[in-house]
Design a protein around this ligand. Structure first.
Ligand code: HEC
Ligand SMILES: [Cu+2]
Length: 493
């Protein structure tokens, strides 16, 4: 056969196949039939994952099986809690169905449960959102069905009395009812749900922590977390994406009490579906509010690499109660969108003459001259001075007694890193530190920014840190700091 004819036959064949594919492939057909067809079993996912988009162009009967189970799990490092769950984890499994579907809902209560449970899905039109028909004793199953009349992102939760207690113990999750036309395509979707825990012990107090009714009534949680525990979205459990990708977060707030001011540090939401409804009601949003028992959908494109921090911007919740997650973006820098630090100069204030005893920037700063005090006096001074530097600079992250914060800030008390290598410690303070590091057997993967301190301040603060909390008692001199600064090393581990 002549090559030209061969080519013609092959290409017409390709055209035919693709025409057939477009004709048969449901997602490509714009029209949505309202006729119920077929049966399928819903595939549920655990946070932070979301089930695949639904491509069929007709409603169907969807069978959902969800199991309530009471489990002991980690709430924070060294802290455990008896969680009551939908599907074994907090938050409960993500359910994804489509507008017009008929959902057959089977609620199974595990035989080891001590409590009866039920489910109120905010997507349901009917008494109690299903609660009235789903009260289930341990070792039983209840079945009810409903039609998804309203598309949107909805919270579900247990509504068995005492309702507050069932929710406070972890019984909530999200159900997405996709609109007929489906959700617009994105590169990655994640499931993030905020909630609070009310324990007898305060934040970080170890052991199994019982629920505190008083703290719950006072709306004074010891933990505010994303996805059920402190650190559920940090370190190697961070969300991951690549530069250029469009991200969609389905965010819920299980409460039971607090309203979330959801923010991603270093990103702007291009689109927000306010309160989890079906229209993008705002563009270019910094912080979106998520009511207790409510939701939101946010979309943004990650343009530059780095670690983006998810927080509740009621900011003590983020840094002191656990409401902090990470989105790690890998890929190429775009220095026009974000340059990184371009230069750093000494700044003496406007219109003032530089004075020698002014605290100033880090590199090649003229140092405060050493006075002619006795060695004892000098030592005492340095340690008081060191403590004051610690309290104004390091304390915010490493905490009052150098204990750090689980999963976020490593401890300085009895730190192996600190006590092994003085030079590395000095370098960390001058140039900052990032990348994975193991301190006292626990992994950290955060970013310590360079500390804007002069040599005397660094010598004093490190001498103070070495003298405290069971550390090695080493002394750090200004000369040693100057030497490390001179080397301009960037990362010592
Ligand atoms: C903004 C928060 C922050 C501040 C302020 C801060 N650090 Fe850090 N520091 C961190 C983080 C995060 C790490 C872990 C970095 C990593 O994961 O690689 C760290 C790690 C360290 C380490 C090594 C790990 C260890 O536990 O020994 C030392 C030493 C240290 N910091 C000392 C200091 C000193 C001294 C100061 C004050 C002059 C200070 N830091 C101020 C956040 C901070
Ligand atoms: Cu319950």
């Amino acid at each position: 056969m002549k090559p030209k004819i061969k080519l013609a036959i092959i290409s017409s064949f390709i055209v035919m196949i693709s025409a057939l594919f477009i004709f048969l492939y449901p997602g490509c057909d714009e029209s949505y039939s309202s006729q119920l067809k077929g049966v399928e079993r819903a595939k549920l996912t655990s946070a932070p994952y979301v089930p695949q988009p639904i491509t069929r162009n007709h409603p169907t009967k969807v069978i959902v099986d969800l199991e309530t189970k009471e489990v002991v799990k980690k709430l924070a490092d060294g802290v455990e809690y008896v969680f009551w769950t939908f599907g074994g984890d907090v938050p409960g499994k993500f359910i994804r169905v489509k507008e017009g579907d008929e959902v057959e809902f089977n609620l199974h209560n595990h035989p080891t449960s001590k409590m009866p449970h039920n489910i109120d899905l905010h997507a349901v039109t009917g008494p109690g959102g299903g609660a009235a028909s789903s009260f289930t004793a341990p070792g039983h199953t209840s079945t009810f069905s409903f039609k998804t009349l309203n598309p949107g992102l909805y919270v579900y939760h247990c509504a068995t009395a005492p309702v507050g207690l069932h929710i406070a113990n972890g019984m909530y999750g999200l159900i997405l009812v996709e609109p007929k036309e489906g959700m617009p395509p994105v590169d990655r979707e994640f499931y993030v749900m905020q909630s609070e825990f009310y324990t007898e012990g305060s934040y970080g107090e170890t052991g199994i922590q019982p629920f505190s009714q008083q703290n719950a009534v006072d709306e004074n949680p010891s933990y505010v977390v994303f996805n059920g525990s402190v650190g559920a979205l940090t370190g190697d459990k961070s969300l991951a994406a690549k530069t250029g990708e469009k991200i969609r977060l389905y965010i819920g707030n299980g409460g039971p009490n607090l309203v979330s001011s959801f923010h991603v540090i270093g990103e702007v939401f291009d689109n927000v579906y306010g309160e989890g409804g079906t229209i993008v009601n705002q563009h270019n949003v910094q912080t979106t509010i998520i009511p207790a028992g409510g939701s939101a959908i946010v979309e943004f494109t990650v343009d530059v690499p780095g670690t983006f921090i998810l927080v509740d911007h009621s900011i003590f919740r983020a840094f002191n109660k656990g409401a902090l997650g990470m989105l790690k973006v890998s890929g190429k820098d775009d220095l026009v969108i974000y340059s990184g630090k371009q230069k750093e100069d000494v700044y003496f204030g406007s219109g003032e003459e530089p004075t020698k005893d002014m605290f100033s920037g880090p590199i090649d700063v003229e140092q405060i001259p050493v006075s002619n005090q006795t060695p004892e006096e000098k030592e005492m001074d340095m340690s008081t001075f060191g403590k004051s530097v610690y309290l104004t600079t390091c304390y915010a992250c490493h905490q009052l007694n150098g204990e750090g914060m689980p999963n976020v800030f490593p401890p300085l008390a009895k730190s192996d890193f600190l006590n092994k290598n003085k030079e590395a410690a000095i370098n960390a303070v001058i140039n900052g530190l990032q990348g994975e590091i193991t301190i006292k057997g626990k992994k950290y993967n955060g970013i310590m920014p360079p500390q804007n301190l002069n040599n005397r301040q660094i010598a004093a603060v490190l001498t103070y840190v070495y003298s405290q909390w069971g550390n090695s008692g080493k002394k750090v001199t200004e000369e040693e700091v100057a030497k490390v600064r001179g080397k301009k090393i960037l990362s010592v581990k």
